[in-house]
Design a binder for this molecule. Structure first.
Ligand SMILES: Nc1ncnc2c1ncn2[C@@H]1O[C@H](COP(=O)(O)OP(=O)(O)O)[C@@H](O)[C@H]1O
Ligand SMILES: N[C@@H](CC(=O)OP(=O)(O)O)C(=O)O
Length: 810
């Protein structure tokens, strides 16, 4: 015999009931079919009961809706004449429940008995309708067989009596035997229920009593998934689970199966198979007691519970005193309060428990009453409740004695700024559960899921600021490289937000990158940096990265807040790293403390790796003695391009048009850009330095820098063309060249012109190239040389892209 249970979603409409019919009719074995109420009906009935209790007559409308729903299903399932007969019988059932609701409405009071009759009514109707589908099918009223008794004020199955009654009718079973789930009866033959979700339990009890070969739970998902698919879209189906694993997962909120279901079938070693009514071909999840090889997945699934509170009782007087925990749990049990998780510090100074938020006020009162004497003596001095909490549990039998699981778990939480309030790990090491704020639940689940199930596949959530030349190139790279990164590096880049100075567009699910700039301008809302930043923080997505491709001061000011919210920052903007030392240092330490990245490789030398190698030297214990460099692609382009036919003013304009220079070339010509770069390098080399500590000789005389506008400057600078060319020619005749360089030596930085001959490593520095010579304890005789394109949107975007990828390499 097989026992098949169909849940509310499986019997939620005539279409799905026809699927159920097909599944049942395809079976060869004798069957017990346990059905739930039509999806949503139990909730509606409970709603009607609550309204009736408050004396609100819309309770009758709610009941009419329920009736209508069933009438429609009957009408769609059966030919007219048969439908009439079924409706007639259904009417009689509805009359019964309607009378009870009327009673509740009149008295404005509900008894436990009436509540049970009303809430279990859905199963009575659905089982009747479904039993009519099968030729020769037979309906058994579960309340005649499933017996309960009150234990600690809770209806609990009386297994002895239940088994006896079920076995009495074993001979009366036919091929297809339909039983309503959820409903039961007590000793006085009053209707009771097995608790919300209890139809699974009904099926398990019957399967165990009749020694069924399998218990099949038919639902609307392919099986037990690695996490709740409504929260984690990338959750996938688990092939096999042990009874204990399934028990733990369901206890901690995986709705697929009602936790008590497992025990009766476990005792008889009856396997449970979770199947999808809407996709019967899918293999499903098999739950049995077969041990899986140790090398297999250590963690099987993650589950979570929300709407819970953390109650903590604390006091010096609790240390070493026996019976505190016992009294705490007894006080909860007396009022039927379910304790979901327990955590006690080994100092015994505090005990925390997790309970449903709905009962948290009641729980505090109970604890205060229980420990009244200790509170008066100050032995217990704090009873606190944190509301809006959630529990996340990771489950897997093979994590037993495997080191590093909790390290990996909590490390991933910490890096993403998810604060953990309490932790519980049973000595059986089957489960590690921990308490977080409910607002962090989604992020926490995603992070754990990624760490344990998709560690070969990381999602980076990007928020792009700036759509100028570099920003545009970056988007192009993201678009072109995404597939390759996914396939070869198991890295998924998701652009979750984009803004320029005019428009912004955000979507935590990800934006379509192809054509994103057009979409932004056409559909984006008005840009607002504060709103943008706030949303990035509120989305609270794991692995969030804000990418700044601007040269804007205001944007550099949001970094600190972002890093504090565990959001990594990748920037091509030099302002933050070259402003006050203190704020630069604060950004770096915040990133370090929060376990996120603050990367700005493109601040010096565009795409050239300069900061990275410098960091590596410093980290390996080397000491930087001297840096000599040409760090301005623009200025190097200018000195290389000016000749007797091409005057300085013309080349300045050309450099601007080619996108080498800063939008205002005076930032380059004043030497400011180079000052910023050598300052950043000096800081990265370990020197505490400010811009004002650097001696600078501008590229063109100061008087031109003082021009009121860029336009004036472009006009005025023409008069300097002659002097500049003169200097160039003189040097050329002497076999020399002019370079605009930067130097750091003995803790002192300078920026200005240098005249070099053909033996100097800077002599052949072409076009807009950059070069840096690093002299250190290890590179004394022959400095380390880094040379190549040092300007241009393409190489800068490539550098930014490389930094983004670095965030994934934790
Ligand atoms: N780990 C999980 N695996 C599969 N489903 C889950 C998990 N956690 C939560 N669920 C949810 O449980 C639902 C199935 O339970 P339920 O709604 O009670 O079904 P039924 O109506 O068949 O009894 C799924 O649709 C899914 O949204
Ligand atoms: N109808 C009951 C019993 C049940 O188990 O339903 P489902 O199988 O749809 O979870 C409830 O909603 O609690």
């Amino acid at each position: 015999m097989k026992v098949l249970k169909f849940g509310g979603t499986s019997v939620g409409s005539s279409d799905s009931i026809l699927k159920v019919k097909k599944i049942v009719e395809e079976q060869k074995e004798q069957l017990v079919v346990v059905v739930s109420a039509v999806g949503g009906v139990t909730d509606q009935l409970i709603k009607a009961a609550n309204l009736a209790k408050k004396g609100e007559n819309i309770c009758f409308d709610v009941l009419s809706e329920v009736k209508e729903k069933h009438y429609n299903i009957i009408g769609e399932l059966f030919p007219l004449d048969i439908a009439q007969t079924i409706k007639f019988k259904t009417d009689q059932l509805f009359d019964e429940v309607s009378t009870i609701i009327k009673g509740v409405y009149m008295l404005k009071e509900i008894t436990e008995k009436s509540e049970a009759i009303i809430s279990s009514f859905g199963e009575r109707v659905s089982s009747f309708i479904i039993s009519q589908l099968f030729e020769g099918g037979k309906l058994f009223e579960s309340q005649k067989f499933i017996k309960t008794d009150k234990v600690f004020g809770k209806d609990t199955v009386d297994f002895e009596e239940t088994e006896k009654r079920l076995l009495e009718v074993k001979d009366e079973l036919v091929q297809v035997n339909v039983f309503p789930g959820f409903i039961a009866c007590n000793k006085k033959d009053e209707v009771t229920t097995l608790g919300r979700g209890g139809s699974d339990y009904t099926a398990a009890i019957i399967a165990a009593t009749y020694d069924a070969e399998v218990l099949e739970i038919w639902t609307d998902v392919n099986g037990f998934m690695t996490a709740d698919p409504r929260i984690i879209s990338r959750a996938y189906c688990i092939d096999k689970l042990s009874y204990s694993e399934a028990m733990e997962l369901s206890h901690f909120g995986a709705k697929v199966i009602y936790p008590p279901t497992i025990l009766p079938v476990y005792k008889k070693s009856i396997p449970i198979l979770i199947k999808n009514t809407f996709n019967p071909e899918a293999q499903g999840t098999l739950i049995n007691d077969e041990k899986e090889p140790l090398k297999d997945k250590k963690i099987k699934g993650i589950s979570s519970i929300k709407d819970v509170s953390l109650l903590t009782i604390q006091g010096i007087g609790m240390i070493g005193v026996t019976g505190i925990a016992m009294r705490l749990f007894k006080s909860m049990a007396q009022e039927n309060i379910n304790v979901i998780l327990i955590s006690q510090a080994s100092s015994e100074n505090s005990i925390s428990i997790v309970i449903e938020s709905a009962v948290s006020k009641k729980a505090v009162k109970l604890v205060e009453k229980e420990f009244k004497a200790e509170i008066a003596l100050n032995q217990v001095n704090n009873i606190s409740v944190e509301t809006d909490m959630a529990v996340i549990a990771i489950v897997g039998e093979n994590m037993k004695h495997t080191t590093g699981i909790s390290g990996k778990l909590f490390n991933s939480m910490g890096r993403n700024g998810v604060n953990i309030y309490a932790i519980a790990q049973g000595a059986s090491e089957l489960n590690i559960s921990f308490v977080v704020k409910e607002k962090d639940l989604k992020k926490g689940l995603n992070t754990v899921h990624e760490a344990f199930f998709l560690s070969h596949f990381t999602v980076l959530n990007l928020f792009l600021i700036g759509t100028g030349t570099v920003g545009k190139m970056l988007i192009e790279k993201i678009n072109n490289q995404s597939e390759k990164l996914l396939n070869e590096n198991k890295l998924r880049l998701r652009v979750a937000g984009i803004t320029n100075s005019r428009k912004m567009m955000l979507n935590p699910q990800g934006l379509v990158v192809n054509g994103i700039l057009n979409d932004l301008m056409a559909e984006g809302e008005q840009a607002n940096l504060d709103v943008f930043t706030q949303r990035v923080k509120d989305y609270n997505l794991a692995n969030s990265i804000v990418v700044d491709c601007t040269a804007n001061q205001a944007i550099s000011e949001i970094y600190q807040g972002l890093l504090e919210s565990n959001i990594s920052v990748v920037t091509a903007n030099k302002i933050a790293t070259s402003s006050g030392y203190e704020s630069y240092q604060k950004l770096k330490t915040t990133a370090l403390n929060k376990g996120v990245k603050f990367l700005f490789e493109t601040n010096v030398g565009a795409g050239l790796p300069i900061i990275g190698p410098l960091n590596n030297l410093v980290m390996s214990g080397d000491k930087i003695l001297k840096l000599e460099a040409v760090l301005s692609g623009t200025l190097n382009y200018i000195v290389n391009t000016v000749d007797e036919n091409k005057p300085l003013s013309e080349v300045i304009l050309e450099a601007k048009e080619k996108g080498f220079s800063e939008p205002d070339p005076r930032i380059d010509l004043s030497g400011t850009d180079v000052v910023r770069k050598i300052l950043i390098l000096a800081r990265e080399a370990g020197y505490e330095m400010e811009q004002s500590d650097i001696d600078v000789v501008p590229f063109v005389p100061q008087k031109y820098m003082d021009c009121a506008s860029l336009e004036d400057f472009m006009k005025e600078i023409v008069e300097y063309d002659g002097a500049f060319e003169q200097k160039r020619k003189e040097l050329a005749n002497a076999g020399k060249k002019l370079r605009y360089g930067a130097k750091l030596e003995g803790g002192k930085a300078t920026v200005g012109f240098i005249e070099i001959d053909s033996k100097h490593p800077f002599f052949d520095l072409e076009g807009s190239n950059n070069i840096i010579l690093i002299n250190s304890e290890h590179y004394k005789e022959h400095p380390m040389q880094i040379k190549g394109y040092g300007a241009g949107a393409d190489v800068t975007a490539a550098g930014v892209f490389a930094d983004i990828i670095k965030v994934a390499n934790k």
